[in-house]
Design a protein around this ligand. Sequence first.
Ligand code: SF4
Length: 274
Amino acid sequence: MASRLIEKYMRGAYLPHIWCAGCGNGIILRDVVQAVENLGIERRDTIIVSGIGCSSRAVGYLDFDTLHTTHGRAIAFATGIKMARPELKVIVLTGDGDAAAIGGNHLIHAARRNIDITVVVFNNNTYGMTGGQFSPTTPTGDIASTAPYGSIDPDFDILALAQTAGATYTARGTAYHVAQTTNLIEAAIRHEGFSLVECVTICPTHYGRRNKMGGAVEMMKWQRDNAIPVAQARKVRPEELVGKIVYGELWCCERPEYTQQYAAIIERARGKEK
Ligand code: SF4
């Protein structure tokens, strides 16, 4: 990260960070900070919320108003903040386990309401902090500490889930595609409504090592060689996309935003009282 961004947005006293050498989390964190910088949003108008897990440690390093909440509940806390202070930009930083397993219900209902928060999911396909257990996005057959002979759970697509539940913006980036991922996060923050950006990242320590993917460099090269832009992916047969990462903006539409509807209800109720 450029030293200017570090000085402006990071809590120097909390560095160095705790992430392993080669972890992709720092790249995604940099993308978030760069997106905020590009948008010119004031720090005092931004709240960043996280749950529990390696990626959720990100809020500790960010010099914003931040909340490090309980496991799976980041979106619930963010919903409360947005309802109380709808004028603020509310951004959630979360992991695949935090957002899609224990926090799955909160994700579904925030998407259904189309509340204007941006969720950035650091998807490393595992529970890194607790030792490499399989998560909802661990590809079927892959090795985890809780699946030493391969996971039999079908993995699922967080973006498809969010879109089906009612999200009005979904996108996918990777740790390798820095500029594109920054642009996607920027668009998600700008979007009025529930937005979710899945950032496919790397966990060399648990996921990569167990699945014999090599170190951080090899994992990044794998992302480079197996990622397909969404426009290109739409032209090929579904079977050709098995094992690939489709990146870019996958869904964007408009629908009434929740806090605005709530404000309208308050106005209507006040009108009746007169
Ligand atoms: Fe990153 Fe994995 Fe280490 Fe957690 S365990 S800091 S996700 S490399």
